[in-house]
Design a protein around this ligand. Structure first.
Ligand SMILES: Cc1cc2nc3c(=O)[nH]c(=O)nc-3n(C[C@H](O)[C@H](O)[C@H](O)COP(=O)(O)O)c2cc1C
Length: 404
């Protein structure tokens, strides 16, 4: 790579959400450069509108419509850090412009357009020594109302920019071969050399019946991540029952590589939560503090030594699968007992390992927060089986796409 391409790649790498800012204002001419970069983004009809939120009251209005990163209903006002950002703008699409040529499909394209123009702005910001943060977690209607926007202006993101000393921790990125593959036309591709295949008779579909409460194991369908709890304590025998369900999981060679650390003390719970982060990367103002409302927090560890003892390093990864199965057993059982739970993998493993004194050869895998639910979680959508299942080889759907 040449110097310039390396520099460019670094500017792109540095495009990452920042939430802490120096108070130093952003000069108008610098802001102008950001908007220049935005302006030259590729588009079909420049469908964008940018609304600068300068007054505290305008910022507060936008904040009031933001949700926490999991978009849990009822968490409006969650992204308070926006109040401190020197520049806050609402990025919108102008629906009339967006759809004038392409009809309703124009909205989807406009969303892509504003996404790429925004990336231009963020790269330019990095080049000018600024940092950016983008909030997409809000319900469109609530944000529209909060900002007093007309029906044809759709808010898409709240963009923050400013100078920052925040330490950046980059999310791990996939390697190129992990996401870039050579396309090999499968037999399903119509035309070309491909041969027509008989559509397979679809096996009986159970998911619909299951969602209507006729599932063989209802708790599997009733389990949804719960992140708000009543605080009512768990009876000790309930926790024992949950852990007993966990150890019923299958494990490679029956090596049972699980270890559980139940976090009881207030201090250790707080310290454990301090190692957590929401989303993809860590930051001091980005912790999963909701966990402190749980009645029990169980840390699941993988005692790799047990599996390695039998299978050697090469098959040590089995142990992670084993412990994941144990976690699911526990969560399903919790649901069956009327409890709510949430799997938590967003924490700094090295810090947690030190905090809990976990020895060499044992990996802290995940935590599970458990308690009586104080929310009615909204089921998260699942990818359809016809996209996820293959018949005999990759790319030949096992199920035919649903006609519904
Ligand atoms: C390995 C793993 C790590 C996860 N980490 C977190 C986390 O750090 N914080 C959190 O709130 N949810 C976490 N989750 C829960 C997922 O967000 C949740 O399972 C997913 O959105 C599907 O929603 P559902 O559990 O309600 O079906 C994690 C789930 C898994 C399996």
């Amino acid at each position: 790579m040449t110097e310039i391409t390396e520099e460019l790649l670094q500017l792109m790498t540095d495009v990452i959400n920042v939430r802490r800012w120096r108070t130093e204002p952003v000069p108008e001419e610098v802001l102008d450069q950001l908007l220049q970069a935005f302006r030259v983004g590729p588009s079909t009809g420049q469908p964008w509108e940018m609304l600068r939120l300068e007054s505290d009251s305008a910022k507060r209005a936008a904040i009031s419509a933001t949700l926490e990163p999991f978009m849990t209903p009822g968490t409006e006002g969650a992204q308070r850090w926006l109040a401190e950002a020197p520049v806050v703008m609402a990025l919108c699409i102008e629906l009339r412009r967006a759809t004038a040529r392409l009809g309703p499909a124009g909205r989807q394209i406009a969303l892509q357009d504003v996404g790429s123009a925004l990336q231009n702005l963020r790269i330019m910001a990095n080049a000018l020594g600024l940092r950016t943060g983008v909030v997409r977690e809000f319900e469109t209607e609530k944000m529209r109302e909060a900002l007093g926007l007309p029906w044809f202006v759709e808010p898409v993101a709240i963009v923050a920019a400013g100078y920052s000393d925040a330490y950046l921790e980059y999310p791990p990125r996939y390697s190129i071969p992990e996401f870039c593959r050579v396309h090999e036309p499968s037999e399903r591709v119509a035309g070309g050399e491909g041969r027509a295949i008989e559509p397979p008779a679809p096996p009986a579909r159970t998911s619909l019946a299951a969602s209507q409460g006729e599932a063989p194991v209802p708790a599997i369908y009733q389990r949804h991540s719960v992140r708000r709890f009543t605080g009512e304590p768990l009876a000790p025998e309930m926790l024992e029952q949950l852990l007993d369900a966990a150890i019923r999981a299958p494990s490679a060679g029956n090596m049972q590589p699980w270890e559980f650390i139940v976090l009881e003390g207030e201090e250790v719970r707080k310290a454990a939560v301090a190692t957590t982060y929401i989303g993809y990367f860590a930051g001091p103002d980005n912790q999963q503090s909701w966990m402190l409302g749980a009645s029990a927090i169980v840390v699941f560890c993988v005692n790799r030594r047990r599996t390695i003892g039998r299978y050697g390093e090469r098959l040590a990864h089995h142990s992670v699968q084993d412990v994941a199965a144990a976690i699911e057993n526990l969560m399903i059982t919790a649901t069956g007992m009327g409890l709510g739970s949430c799997w938590v993998g967003g924490f700094k493993e090295d810090e947690m390992t030190r905090l809990l004194g976990v020895p060499e050869g044992v990996q802290v895998l995940s935590m599970v927060a458990i308690g009586y639910p104080a929310q009615d979680p909204i089921p998260k959508a699942r990818l359809p089986l016809d996209l996820l299942t293959h018949r005999d080889r990759w790319g030949v759907a096992y199920y035919q796409p649903s006609q519904e």
